[in-house]
Design a protein around this ligand. Sequence first.
Ligand code: 5GP
Ligand code: ZN
Length: 112
Amino acid sequence: MLTIGRCLFCLIIQGKIPSYKVYETEHSYAFLDINPVSEGHTLVIPKHHTVKLGELPDEYLSDIGPAIKKVALATGAEDYNVLQNNGKLAFQHVDHVHFHVIPKPNAKEGLV
Ligand code: 5GP
Ligand code: ZN
């Protein structure tokens, strides 16, 4: 596992910057987005620092898939988006691999 001191999400993994933890596995960490698109908007990140998905070792990739699924189901939303941006042109703002899990509020629960 590699973490670096000048990376915001590495500092979150290290507990040096506070976060609201949603779920954690050996190789992955999930926490609420500070600026949520919808209630429950969660970021799922590997505990190993790489900027882009293509650089991520397979052991972290195989761990994060089930973690994303668990988080998506835990939101309780029937519909949701999973987004992952790589590089500035693709609107990546934090240079540590992260998956957005963005629930779409369930209309039947009265949420818009
Ligand atoms: P990106 O635009 O890189 O795909 O997504 C970065 C996400 O990180 C954004 O949705 C932003 O709100 C979130 N974010 C940025 N800084 C922090 C922080 O300090 N804590 C948390 N929990 N989320 C953050
Ligand atoms: Zn990092």
